[in-house]
Write a protein that binds this ligand. Structure first.
Ligand code: SF4
Length: 722
C-alpha cells in the first residue's frame, strides 16, 4: 500500500534470536532507513551492526524475481502446477515418505505453520525438518526431558537482575550482540559477575571476571563436577528439590563418579583454582543466570550437556525466578516460532506429540484430515542421507542454504544434485543450493514479508511489510497454500492473509486445554493434580485466538503463554508446576563422553567453527552490505603462535586446512584467541563468495542420538602452508 513519507513502521530484525525491534521508513533511493525501536522489550532501541545495516540489504540486486523451471522463467501457475504434479506423482508411486520439506528459522511462524500442516497433516509424512536442527534441537530435547516441554523459563530482564551470569558455549558479543550490550551495561551499573566458559578467548571475554578455557567437549565433566560440589557443600535447595523435582539421586551418583576436582581438571584441562572459583561463585550466588548456546548444542552429547546445566539450576531451585534461570539463547530469529508450530520432524504443532493418541485425534479433528502423520519424520541430516540413498525422491527447500550450512556439504550437495526433484523457495537468485533446483520459487524477503516471529525469551513480535515486493515474489505461506490446493487439499488451505493463519495456530494451542483458565495457569501451587498436568501445555495462546485483523496488525511484542489478550507471561516454572506427567522437573543422569572424532598424528588439531560479528549464516544478504564486509573480508583460520610455529604458518598467508573429508584454503590469523591444539574458522563463506572452499565441507555429520543435532565444533584437522 501507499505509505506516508517519514512514517516509521515497527518490525523485527531478521537475523539472530535476540529478536530486536526496529523501526523503518522508506528513503529516497527506494531503500530503508532503519533504527532501533526504543519501546521493544528485547532491545529498547539498541541494534547491532547487522541490524543497523538492514537498510543496505533490501535492494533488488541479486534477487530471484520470477518462478523458474530448469532455469527458464515461467508463470506462477506453471511453477505451482509443476510442483504439485511432481509431488503427487512421487507420493503415488513411492509413498508419502518419499517426499520431504527442509525449512528454516528464517520462515515466519505463519509460513512454518502452513508448511507443517501440509506435510504432517495432509501429505501424511513427518518429513519436515528445519535448519533449527543445527541450531538448538539439543536444547529442545534437554528442555523436554527436564521440564516436560520445550520451554525457556526466563526472560531478558533476568540478565539485568542477576548477580552472576555464566556464559557457556556462547560468544554473545558477536552472535547476540544486543544481549551482550545489555549485560555489559548491567555490569557497569550493578557490578554483577560474568564468567565465560569457552575453549576460545572470544570478544565476550572482554567483560569476564573469569574465563574458563575448557577443552572442547568437556562441558558435562565441568557441570557434573559443579553438581557434586553443590551437594558436598550443602549448597542445594532441598525444599525445592523435595517438592518440585525427581531423579536427583541418580544424577548425583553419576556426577560423583568423576566429580572430584582432580577428575574435572583432567577432563577439562582447567586449573584447580579456576574450577573452584567458578563452583564457589555459583554456589554462593542465588541470582545466577546460565546462558548457553551453540557451543553446548552443536555436539554429539548436546542434549546431555543441556541437562547437566539444567541439573545445577534445579538443584539450587534457580528456574524461572527473577534474575535466576537457565537460558538457552537460540541462534535464529524464529527458531522458537518454528518449534512452536511443528517445524521439527519429531514434534507436532502447538507442542503436541507423536504417540499421544489424544493429541493426534485432536489435531485430525481440528484440521479435518484423516491422513495425519503417525510417526516422526527424518531429522535434517537423516533427510539428506535419505536423498543420497534414493529413499527421498523430492525435496522442497525453503529459505535456507544447506549446500553451505550442512556438515559434510560436498557429499550432501552431490546427493541434492542427484535427487530426482528439487524445489527451492528463496528470495535470492544465486545460492549454492539454488544451483541444484529443478524449480525455483521467488519468495518475499525481509521488509516485504508480514507475520510473526518468536525470540529466545518466548516473545512473539510482528514482522511488518515495509516495502513492495519486487518482481513476482510471494509470501512463503501463499506459495505453500497454492501447492496444497493444487494437490487437492484446498479446503484446508484457504487463507486470505497471514492473520487468518496466526488465528488458526493460536486456536490450535488451546486444543484440550479447556481445563486451563487464565486464573489457574499462573498460580497453581503445591498439589500437582496429575490429570490437569497431563492435559495442559504451557504453550497456550488462548488470549490471541480471536484476534481481529486490526489487532493482529497492531499486535505488540508479547511473551507466551498469553491466556488473556495483552497479558503475556514473563517467566515460567517459578512455582514449580512443570509440564511433566508428575508435575515435577526431572534431573537427568548425564555422563561425560568424548567427542565423536579424536585428534591423531595425522589430524593433530581441533577445528572449532562459528560466526563472526558482521555476517549472518551463509551471507546471502549480509554480503550485500559493503560496511558489513569490511569487518572481515575473507574466510580465515584463527590459530595460536605455538601452532603457527609448529606448522610453519605465517601471519596473513594462506593455509591449507584438511580433514578426512576435504581440504580448503583460509587466511592465517595468529592470535591469542585459540589455545595450542585448537583452531577456529567462521562458516559463512560459500561457493558464490569465495573460491577458497567451504568450511563445513571439512566436518563430518556425527550427531547427538537424542536430538539429531550435528557436532560442528570439534573436527580433527591438519594444516600446511599453501
Ligand atoms: Fe538483529 Fe540480533 Fe543484532 Fe538484534 S542483536 S539487531 S536481532 S542481529
Amino acid at each position: 500500500g501507499h505509505r506516508e513519507s517519514n512514517k516509521w513502521i515497527k518490525s523485527t530484525c531478521p537475523y539472530c534470536g535476540v529478536g530486536c525491534g526496529i523501526e523503518a521508513t522508506a528513503n529516497h533511493h527506494g531503500g530503508l532507513e532503519v533504527r532501533g525501536d526504543s519501546q521493544h522489550p528485547a532491545n529498547f532501541g539498541r541494534l547491532c551492526s547487522k541490524g543497523l545495516a538492514l537498510g543496505e540489504t533490501v535492494g533488488i540486486e541479486g534477487r530471484l524475481l520470477t518462478p523458474q523451471i530448469n532455469q527458464q522463467d515461467v508463470t506462477w501457475e506453471e511453477a505451482l502446477t509443476d510442483v504439485a504434479t511432481h509431488f503427487r506423482q512421487i507420493i503415488e508411486h513411492h509413498g508419502n515418505d518419499a517426499v520431504a520439506f527442509y525449512v528454516s528459522g528464517q520462515l515466519l511462524t505463519e509460513d512454518y505453520y502452513v508448511a507443517n500442516k501440509l506435510m504432517k497433516g495432509f501429505i501424511g509424512s513427518g518429513n519436515i525438518d528445519t535448519n533449527s536442527r543445527l541450531c538448538m534441537s539439543s536444547s529442545v530435547a534437554g528442555h523436554k526431558r527436564a521440564f516436560g516441554a520445550d520451554i525457556v523459563p526466563g526472560c531478558y530482564e533476568d540478565l539485568e537482575q542477576a548477580d552472576l551470569i555464566v556464559l557457556t558455549g556462547s560468544n554473545l558479543a558477536w552472535c547476540h550482540p544486543v544481549l551482550f550490550q545489555r549485560i555489559r551495561d548491567a555490569k557497569a551499573h550493578n557490578q554483577c559477575k560474568v564468567i565465560v566458559i569457552d575453549p576460545r578467548r572470544t570478544p565476550s571475554c572482554d567483560i569476564a571476571d573469569l574465563h574458563l578455557p575448557l577443552l572442547p567437549g568437556s562441558d558435562i565433566a565441568l557441570f557434573n563436577g559443579l553438581l557434586a560440589f553443590l551437594s558436598e557443600n550443602r549448597a542445594m535447595d532441598f525444599a525445592y528439590i523435595d517438592q518440585d523435582t525427581e531423579g536427583l539421586d541418580l544424577a548425583l551418583a553419576t556426577a560423583f563418579r568423576f566429580g572430584d576436582i582432580e577428575s574435572v581438571q583432567a577432563a577439562t584441562g582447567l586449573d584447580r583454582e579456576q574450577i573452584l572459583a567458578f563452583y564457589q561463585l555459583f554456589a554462593a550466588t542465588e541470582k545466577t543466570v546460565t546462558v548457553y548456546s551453540q557451543g553446548i548444542n552443536q555436539s554429539t552429547s548436546g542434549t546431555n550437556k543441556v541437562n547437566s546445566i539444567l541439573n545445577c539450576h534445579l538443584a539450587t531451585g534457580r528456574i524461572g525466578k527473577p534474575g535466576s534461570t537457565p537460558f538457552s539463547i537460540t541462534g535464529q530469529p524464529n527458531a522458537m516460532g518454528g518449534r512452536e508450530v511443528g517445524g521439527l520432524a519429531n514434534m507436532l504443532a502447538a507442542h503436541m506429540d507423536f504417540g499421544n493418541p489424544e493429541h493426534t485425534r485432536q489435531i485430525s479433528e481440528f484440521w479435518q484430515t484423516d491422513n495425519l502423520a503417525r510417526t516422526p519424520g527424518l531429522k535434517a541430516l537423516d533427510m539428506f542421507n535419505a536423498i543420497e540413498s534414493g529413499k527421498i525422491k523430492a525435496i522442497w527447500i525453503m529459505a535456507t542454504n544447506p549446500a553451505v550450512s550442512l556438515p559434510d556439504n560436498q557429499r550432501l550437495s552431490a546427493a541434492l544434485a542427484n535427487c530426482p526433484y528439487v524445489v527451492v523457495s528463496d528470495c535470492m537468485a544465486d545460492t549454492d543450493t539454488l544451483r541444484h533446483a529443478d524449480v525455483a520459487l521467488p519468495a518475499q524477503g525481509w521488509g516485504e514479508k508480514s507475520g510473526t516471529v518468536t525470540n529466545s525469551e518466548r516473545r512473539i513480535s510482528r514482522q511488518r511489510r515495509l516495502l513492495p515486493s519486487p518482481g513476482e515474489a510471494k509470501p512463503d505461506w501463499w506459495i505453500i497454500s497454492e501447492v496444497a490446493k493444487k494437490m487437492g487439499f484446498g479446503y484446508a488451505f484457504n487463507y486470505q492473509s497471514e492473520a487468518d493463519i496466526f488465528r488458526e495456530y493460536a486456536q490450535m494451542t488451546t486444543l484440550g486445554q479447556e481445563t486451563l483458565t487464565p486464573s489457574s495457569s499462573g498460580s497453581r501451587t503445591g498439589n500437582h493434580g496429575q490429570d490437569v498436568q497431563a492435559l495442559s501445555r504451557p504453550l497456550n495462546l488462548s488470549g490471541l485466538a480471536d484476534l481481529t485483523p486490526k489487532q493482529y496488525h497492531q499486535l505488540a511484542p508479547q511473551q507466551w503463554p498469553v491466556t488473556q489478550y495483552d497479558q503475556p507471561t514473563a517467566r515460567l516454572f517459578g512455582n514449580g508446576e512443570f509440564a511433566t506427567p508428575s508435575g515435577k522437573a526431572q534431573f537427568i543422569a548425564t555422563d561425560h563422553r568424548p567427542t565423536a572424532e579424536q585428534t591423531s598424528s595425522r589430524y593433530p588439531l581441533r577445528l572449532n567453527t562459528g560466526r563472526i560479528r558482521d555476517h549472518w549464516h551463509t551471507m546471502t544478504r549480509t554480503g550485500l552490505s559493503p560496511r558489513l564486509s569490511e569487518h572481515t573480508s575473507e574466510p580465515y583460520l584463527a590459530l595460536s603462535a605455538q601452532d603457527a610455529e609448529r606448522f610453519s604458518i605465517e601471519q596473513n598467508k594462506l593455509v591449507k586446512v584438511s580433514s578426512e573429508r576435504g581440504c580448503i584454503l583460509l587466511r592465517a590469523r595468529i592470535s591469542k584467541e585459540c589455545l595450542p591444539g585448537q583452531v577456529f574458522a567462521p562458516f559463512h563463506w560459500n561457493d558464490c563468495t569465495t573460491s577458497m572452499g567451504k568450511v563445513n565441507a571439512l566436518l563430518a555429520g556425527h550427531r547427538d542420538p537424542l536430538s539429531g543435532q550435528p557436532e560442528l565444533k570439534a573436527t580433527p584437522v591438519c594444516i600446511h602452508p599453501s
